[in-house]
Design a protein around this ligand. Sequence first.
Ligand SMILES: NC(=O)C1=CN([C@@H]2O[C@H](COP(=O)(O)OP(=O)(O)OC[C@H]3O[C@@H](n4cnc5c(N)ncnc54)[C@H](O)[C@@H]3O)[C@@H](O)[C@H]2O)C=CC1
Ligand SMILES: O=C(CO)COP(=O)(O)O
Length: 328
Amino acid sequence: MKITVMGAGAWGTALAISLAEKHQVILWGRDANQVHAMQTDRENTRYLPGIAFPSNLSIDESLGQATQQSDLVLVVTPTAGLRPSLNALVALQKSCPVVWACKGLEVGSMLPPHAIADTILPPSIPRGVLSGPSFAQEVATGLPAALTLAAEDAAFANHTSSELHGRKLRVYSSTDVVGVEIGGAVKNVMAIAAGVCDGLKLGNNARAALITRGLAEITRLGAALGAKAETFTGLSGLGDLLLTCTGDLSRNRKVGLLLAQGQTLAEVLANLGHVAEGVNTAKEVLRQANTHSVDMPITAAVCRLLFENVSAAEIVAELMEREHKQEV
Ligand SMILES: NC(=O)C1=CN([C@@H]2O[C@H](COP(=O)(O)OP(=O)(O)OC[C@H]3O[C@@H](n4cnc5c(N)ncnc54)[C@H](O)[C@@H]3O)[C@@H](O)[C@H]2O)C=CC1
Ligand SMILES: O=C(CO)COP(=O)(O)O
């Protein structure tokens, strides 16, 4: 298969390296200087330093050239880059299948990725989402990982997941696009909360409670949006939630840790060097929750911490003082 990866950040580069084991892969980046540096250095020194590119991975700054005769385009930008990326593909009159790997809701529209794609791509273009527990650094160095590829068209999901499936990266298929996207988007908000919990040294019990109640929030929102409940105990749900809430490679968890240590959001973001999707997505998740009358107290607390100047200690106190209730 010839695969074009759009987006040369940590995850686009890691997927390109991993998939090049089995496929011809072209990595496209929007920054010409970065593309030239990657062509010379044969590594992505900005986003994934120290990991050499395999020989059948090429890098291109021209999207037209990078997508010529592609069998599949993977869009691996932050959620904010999905709309412009899809518009660029449509402008080039590309008709090959498109799969995105962004984990968030669009700022302003509250839309999950598939709904953005549906406003842009012609209906004839097969499409899907790739998500699951997968730190870029680990995938790029060939450590084992498992992902889910979801598409409404089950045949497309089965075929594409089996093509991407490899010895190191297992790719399962699903038809629950909404569930897979909501799991991937909201776990980032929960990871900020888990970072706060650990930054304040609240202990293992508190973090386990947070993850469990976070999963309940994610599942409630997903159900209201039409997802299947069982998707949230799968790779793109509990799997990614556990990874991101507990793994120190998570950028979202790091945001929470640093806020709990007293840094301002502006300071944290200025030094992060990567996107932390939970920061942009938190408000949109809360708006979706309010639209569908879904109770999401942890998400609401994260929004107050990020945007209302309420301290980490105060939001924890607020959560602990909520009224007594039944678990389910
Ligand atoms: N890093 C990871 O371990 C994983 C990240 N993801 C998701 O993948 C997405 C991308 O994340 P990362 O690569 O880690 O981010 P990153 O911060 O490492 O890099 C972002 C890249 O996207 C590019 N970009 C931003 N807007 C763009 C646009 N409009 N057009 C083209 N390129 C654009 C930037 O130039 C940069 O190269 C996010 O939604 C993230 O949640 C998913 C799984 C794992
Ligand atoms: O989505 C991820 C792992 O599956 C990466 O999480 P962070 O964006 O928090 O680093």
